[in-house]
Design a protein around this ligand. Sequence first.
Ligand code: C2E
Ligand code: MG
Ligand code: MG
Ligand code: MG
Length: 281
Amino acid sequence: SRIGELQLENTGIGDDKTQSALDQIKLENQIFLAFQNKEFELFYQPIIELKSRKIVGAEALLRWKSPTQGLISPNVFIDVIENSSMVIPIGHWIINQALKDLKTIRDHLIANKKDKVADEFMMSINISGRQFTHTDFVNNLEDLREKHDLPTKNIKLEMTERIMMDGAIALDALHQCRAQGYAISIDDFGTGFSSLQYLTQMPISFLKVDRSFVMKVLSDPKSRAVVSSIIHLAHAMDIEIIAEGIETNEESIVLETLGARYGQGYLFSKPVEFSSFMKML
Ligand code: C2E
Ligand code: MG
Ligand code: MG
Ligand code: MG
């Protein structure tokens, strides 16, 4: 099965390098075929202002709706996409779909006289390093944004610190995006390398505190200290905090007390299909 092959791939089992390379190509083909067959879909998870518990945005999360395997999480296949050239067409599709849905959300809010909510609503789109440092990234993004007639300030580009491995190219693209008015958010913060050095160089508007800290914020004083320090550091640099993976009301309250303004997690909602997200809104 596809998943069976994926797991085999991930374990690195198999001493025959040729066979493994062939498996990789087969897998890439299967994923690209699935993409062409329109088996990919974006789900949306609300981002909440912790104090008011109101929805202030959404994160677009990729799902593979396989006719034979059901709903497949990106954890299983995103690395294959990100490490191949198909990240460009698939990444383009993701941005287009997320912006199309953002347009629907904004039109709906404005039609219901919720202009302020529409004005502040942010759509977060996950961007991989290879996609971001591709020469045409900013131009393509701008084309799609103009096509959907959207303001840049409602669009948030979410990426991990790993994009900085591309150094100057990544930094240049970040500054271009920021200058256009897009928001930049650092995902999974605290799990990468040299976070503090990058913080001083990257034009960041949001930091997402990784779930691995959030899940221990009640039980482990050291994790709580790390979260508290990240929040203070971010605020001193005019960066807003989003806490990822909040599952309990207690976690939400502690994070709010520590100064986190925004949160996201199963406590509020799991990622849902677009139509369900619209109902929630
Ligand atoms: P991420 O960007 O850090 O997204 C957060 C992940 O945590 C999502 O998993 C989400 O469903 C999950 N999550 C949210 N709240 C909770 C919670 O309360 N508890 C638990 N246990 N999990 C929670 P998902 O959707 O499986 O995505 C996994 C990763 O795949 C993402 O992590 C992101 O790195 C990547 N990814 C997803 N969609 C895209 C995409 O469109 N493009 C790219 N490049 N990467 C994507
Ligand atoms: Mg993310
Ligand atoms: Mg994350
Ligand atoms: Mg994460």
